[in-house]
Design a protein around this ligand. Structure first.
Ligand code: HEC
Length: 194
Protein backbone atom coordinates (compact mmCIF):
# COMPACT_ATOMS: atom_id res chain seq x y z
CA UNK A 1 0.00 0.00 0.00
CA UNK A 2 2.94 2.34 0.70
CA UNK A 3 4.05 2.12 -2.95
CA UNK A 4 0.77 1.63 -4.74
CA UNK A 5 0.75 5.16 -6.19
CA UNK A 6 4.17 4.71 -7.83
CA UNK A 7 3.69 4.67 -11.63
CA UNK A 8 3.26 1.13 -12.99
CA UNK A 9 3.41 -0.40 -9.51
CA UNK A 10 -0.07 -1.92 -9.88
CA UNK A 11 0.66 -3.18 -13.38
CA UNK A 12 3.99 -4.72 -12.34
CA UNK A 13 2.42 -6.44 -9.36
CA UNK A 14 -0.42 -7.85 -11.38
CA UNK A 15 1.76 -9.05 -14.23
CA UNK A 16 3.84 -10.91 -11.62
CA UNK A 17 0.66 -12.66 -10.48
CA UNK A 18 -0.15 -14.21 -13.85
CA UNK A 19 -2.41 -17.20 -13.29
CA UNK A 20 -2.91 -16.49 -9.58
CA UNK A 21 -5.15 -13.41 -9.81
CA UNK A 22 -8.17 -15.01 -8.15
CA UNK A 23 -6.11 -16.43 -5.31
CA UNK A 24 -4.57 -13.02 -4.68
CA UNK A 25 -7.93 -11.25 -4.84
CA UNK A 26 -9.32 -13.68 -2.25
CA UNK A 27 -6.30 -13.01 -0.07
CA UNK A 28 -6.85 -9.23 -0.21
CA UNK A 29 -10.40 -9.65 1.04
CA UNK A 30 -13.35 -7.30 0.67
CA UNK A 31 -11.97 -4.26 2.46
CA UNK A 32 -8.84 -3.76 0.34
CA UNK A 33 -8.56 -0.01 -0.14
CA UNK A 34 -7.28 0.48 -3.69
CA UNK A 35 -10.22 0.30 -6.11
CA UNK A 36 -7.98 0.72 -9.15
CA UNK A 37 -5.97 -2.37 -8.23
CA UNK A 38 -9.17 -4.41 -7.85
CA UNK A 39 -10.38 -3.07 -11.20
CA UNK A 40 -7.19 -4.28 -12.91
CA UNK A 41 -7.48 -7.68 -11.19
CA UNK A 42 -11.10 -8.00 -12.34
CA UNK A 43 -10.03 -7.14 -15.86
CA UNK A 44 -7.59 -10.08 -15.79
CA UNK A 45 -10.31 -12.35 -14.45
CA UNK A 46 -12.79 -11.52 -17.24
CA UNK A 47 -12.56 -14.05 -20.08
CA UNK A 48 -11.57 -12.37 -23.35
CA UNK A 49 -10.18 -13.14 -26.74
CA UNK A 50 -6.89 -11.88 -28.12
CA UNK A 51 -8.75 -9.97 -30.85
CA UNK A 52 -8.03 -6.63 -29.18
CA UNK A 53 -4.41 -6.96 -30.33
CA UNK A 54 -5.62 -6.52 -33.95
CA UNK A 55 -7.55 -3.77 -35.70
CA UNK A 56 -11.34 -3.72 -35.24
CA UNK A 57 -13.50 -2.94 -38.32
CA UNK A 58 -13.55 0.77 -39.17
CA UNK A 59 -17.17 0.98 -40.25
CA UNK A 60 -19.44 1.61 -37.24
CA UNK A 61 -22.19 -0.93 -38.03
CA UNK A 62 -19.59 -3.56 -38.89
CA UNK A 63 -17.68 -2.83 -35.68
CA UNK A 64 -20.77 -3.03 -33.45
CA UNK A 65 -21.71 -6.41 -34.88
CA UNK A 66 -18.10 -7.57 -34.43
CA UNK A 67 -18.15 -6.48 -30.79
CA UNK A 68 -21.41 -8.31 -30.06
CA UNK A 69 -19.96 -11.28 -31.92
CA UNK A 70 -16.90 -11.34 -29.68
CA UNK A 71 -19.12 -11.67 -26.59
CA UNK A 72 -21.01 -14.52 -28.25
CA UNK A 73 -17.73 -16.16 -29.24
CA UNK A 74 -16.43 -16.05 -25.65
CA UNK A 75 -19.59 -17.75 -24.38
CA UNK A 76 -20.19 -20.25 -27.19
CA UNK A 77 -17.06 -20.97 -29.22
CA UNK A 78 -13.94 -20.17 -27.22
CA UNK A 79 -13.95 -23.42 -25.21
CA UNK A 80 -13.17 -25.35 -28.41
CA UNK A 81 -11.56 -22.79 -30.75
CA UNK A 82 -9.48 -20.90 -28.13
CA UNK A 83 -9.12 -17.23 -27.19
CA UNK A 84 -6.68 -16.66 -30.05
CA UNK A 85 -8.76 -18.50 -32.67
CA UNK A 86 -5.96 -20.99 -33.26
CA UNK A 87 -8.05 -23.89 -32.02
CA UNK A 88 -7.33 -26.47 -29.33
CA UNK A 89 -5.92 -29.89 -29.96
CA UNK A 90 -8.66 -32.54 -30.33
CA UNK A 91 -11.35 -29.95 -29.53
CA UNK A 92 -11.57 -27.54 -32.46
CA UNK A 93 -9.49 -26.64 -35.52
CA UNK A 94 -8.21 -23.08 -36.09
CA UNK A 95 -10.42 -20.26 -37.34
CA UNK A 96 -7.48 -18.00 -38.12
CA UNK A 97 -6.79 -18.07 -41.87
CA UNK A 98 -9.39 -20.83 -42.24
CA UNK A 99 -11.00 -21.05 -45.66
CA UNK A 100 -14.22 -22.26 -43.96
CA UNK A 101 -14.40 -18.93 -42.17
CA UNK A 102 -13.05 -16.60 -44.82
CA UNK A 103 -14.38 -17.89 -48.16
CA UNK A 104 -18.13 -17.65 -48.21
CA UNK A 105 -20.57 -16.26 -45.63
CA UNK A 106 -23.10 -18.84 -46.87
CA UNK A 107 -20.78 -21.79 -46.15
CA UNK A 108 -19.92 -20.39 -42.73
CA UNK A 109 -23.65 -19.96 -41.99
CA UNK A 110 -24.26 -23.60 -42.90
CA UNK A 111 -21.50 -24.74 -40.50
CA UNK A 112 -22.86 -22.64 -37.63
CA UNK A 113 -26.43 -23.81 -38.10
CA UNK A 114 -25.89 -27.49 -38.88
CA UNK A 115 -22.47 -28.29 -37.43
CA UNK A 116 -19.60 -30.16 -39.06
CA UNK A 117 -18.23 -33.70 -38.71
CA UNK A 118 -15.40 -35.74 -40.18
CA UNK A 119 -11.78 -35.04 -40.99
CA UNK A 120 -11.33 -31.47 -42.17
CA UNK A 121 -8.44 -29.67 -43.84
CA UNK A 122 -7.93 -26.10 -42.64
CA UNK A 123 -5.31 -23.89 -44.25
CA UNK A 124 -3.43 -26.88 -45.65
CA UNK A 125 -3.45 -28.93 -42.43
CA UNK A 126 -5.64 -31.97 -41.79
CA UNK A 127 -7.56 -32.27 -38.52
CA UNK A 128 -9.35 -35.35 -37.20
CA UNK A 129 -11.21 -34.06 -34.14
CA UNK A 130 -12.62 -36.62 -31.73
CA UNK A 131 -16.05 -34.96 -31.61
CA UNK A 132 -18.15 -33.07 -34.14
CA UNK A 133 -18.81 -29.36 -34.22
CA UNK A 134 -22.30 -28.89 -32.73
CA UNK A 135 -24.85 -27.10 -34.91
CA UNK A 136 -26.74 -24.25 -33.27
CA UNK A 137 -30.00 -24.22 -35.19
CA UNK A 138 -31.96 -26.00 -32.47
CA UNK A 139 -30.90 -23.70 -29.63
CA UNK A 140 -34.06 -21.62 -29.09
CA UNK A 141 -32.25 -18.64 -27.54
CA UNK A 142 -29.84 -18.29 -30.46
CA UNK A 143 -31.13 -15.97 -33.19
CA UNK A 144 -30.00 -15.29 -36.76
CA UNK A 145 -28.67 -11.96 -35.52
CA UNK A 146 -26.46 -13.75 -32.95
CA UNK A 147 -25.02 -16.04 -35.59
CA UNK A 148 -24.48 -13.16 -38.00
CA UNK A 149 -22.58 -11.28 -35.27
CA UNK A 150 -20.32 -14.21 -34.42
CA UNK A 151 -19.71 -14.92 -38.11
CA UNK A 152 -18.80 -11.26 -38.55
CA UNK A 153 -16.47 -11.52 -35.57
CA UNK A 154 -14.52 -14.59 -36.71
CA UNK A 155 -14.31 -13.32 -40.29
CA UNK A 156 -12.61 -10.11 -39.19
CA UNK A 157 -10.75 -11.09 -35.99
CA UNK A 158 -7.06 -11.98 -35.76
CA UNK A 159 -6.29 -10.30 -39.06
CA UNK A 160 -8.74 -12.45 -41.04
CA UNK A 161 -10.25 -9.10 -42.17
CA UNK A 162 -13.14 -10.33 -44.28
CA UNK A 163 -16.57 -8.76 -44.81
CA UNK A 164 -19.44 -8.69 -42.31
CA UNK A 165 -22.25 -11.25 -42.45
CA UNK A 166 -25.82 -10.00 -42.20
CA UNK A 167 -28.70 -11.81 -40.46
CA UNK A 168 -30.49 -12.30 -43.80
CA UNK A 169 -27.68 -14.61 -44.95
CA UNK A 170 -28.18 -16.78 -41.85
CA UNK A 171 -31.98 -16.75 -42.33
CA UNK A 172 -31.60 -17.92 -45.91
CA UNK A 173 -29.38 -20.84 -44.90
CA UNK A 174 -31.77 -21.71 -42.07
CA UNK A 175 -34.63 -21.95 -44.60
CA UNK A 176 -32.54 -23.86 -47.11
CA UNK A 177 -31.59 -26.59 -44.60
CA UNK A 178 -34.88 -26.56 -42.69
CA UNK A 179 -35.50 -30.27 -43.24
CA UNK A 180 -31.97 -31.35 -42.43
CA UNK A 181 -30.90 -32.30 -38.93
CA UNK A 182 -27.48 -33.90 -39.27
CA UNK A 183 -24.16 -32.08 -39.43
CA UNK A 184 -22.41 -31.54 -42.75
CA UNK A 185 -19.20 -33.24 -43.75
CA UNK A 186 -16.49 -31.06 -45.28
CA UNK A 187 -16.90 -32.97 -48.61
CA UNK A 188 -20.61 -32.22 -48.75
CA UNK A 189 -20.04 -28.54 -48.05
CA UNK A 190 -17.37 -28.46 -50.71
CA UNK A 191 -19.96 -29.66 -53.24
CA UNK A 192 -22.73 -27.29 -52.11
CA UNK A 193 -20.37 -24.28 -52.02
CA UNK A 194 -17.68 -24.98 -54.62
C1 HEC B 1 -17.73 -28.39 -28.56
C2 HEC B 1 -16.65 -27.77 -29.31
C3 HEC B 1 -16.99 -26.72 -30.32
C4 HEC B 1 -17.70 -25.55 -30.14
C5 HEC B 1 -18.35 -25.07 -28.87
C6 HEC B 1 -17.65 -24.87 -31.40
N1 HEC B 1 -16.94 -25.59 -32.32
FE1 HEC B 1 -16.51 -25.07 -34.22
N2 HEC B 1 -15.66 -26.87 -34.55
C7 HEC B 1 -15.48 -27.85 -33.60
C8 HEC B 1 -14.95 -29.04 -34.23
C9 HEC B 1 -14.61 -30.34 -33.53
C10 HEC B 1 -14.82 -28.74 -35.60
C11 HEC B 1 -14.34 -29.69 -36.71
C12 HEC B 1 -15.47 -30.67 -36.99
C13 HEC B 1 -15.11 -31.75 -37.95
O1 HEC B 1 -14.84 -31.44 -39.12
O2 HEC B 1 -15.12 -32.90 -37.55
C14 HEC B 1 -15.26 -27.36 -35.76
C15 HEC B 1 -15.25 -26.67 -36.96
C16 HEC B 1 -15.56 -25.35 -37.11
C17 HEC B 1 -15.40 -24.59 -38.33
C18 HEC B 1 -14.86 -25.10 -39.66
C19 HEC B 1 -13.40 -25.50 -39.57
C20 HEC B 1 -12.47 -24.36 -39.23
O3 HEC B 1 -11.58 -24.58 -38.38
O4 HEC B 1 -12.61 -23.25 -39.78
C21 HEC B 1 -15.82 -23.31 -38.07
C22 HEC B 1 -15.83 -22.15 -39.01
C23 HEC B 1 -16.26 -23.29 -36.67
N3 HEC B 1 -16.08 -24.54 -36.13
C24 HEC B 1 -16.74 -22.16 -36.02
C25 HEC B 1 -17.28 -22.18 -34.74
C26 HEC B 1 -17.93 -21.05 -34.10
C27 HEC B 1 -18.03 -19.66 -34.70
C28 HEC B 1 -18.39 -21.48 -32.90
C29 HEC B 1 -19.23 -20.73 -31.90
C30 HEC B 1 -20.52 -20.29 -32.39
C31 HEC B 1 -17.98 -22.86 -32.75
N4 HEC B 1 -17.33 -23.25 -33.87
C32 HEC B 1 -18.23 -23.63 -31.61
C33 HEC B 1 -15.77 -27.75 -32.27
C34 HEC B 1 -16.52 -26.73 -31.69
Amino acid sequence: MKNIGVPYFREATISGLAGREQEFKDLLGDDFKDAQFIKYLDHCLTPKTTAAAYKAPRDKTHRESYQRGEKFYIANCMACHAADGNGLEHLGPPLVKSEWVMDSPEKLSAILLQGLMGAVTVNGKKYTPVAAMPGLKHAPEITDAHLADVATFVRHAWNNRKSAVDPATISKARKRFKERNSAFTPEELGKIYP
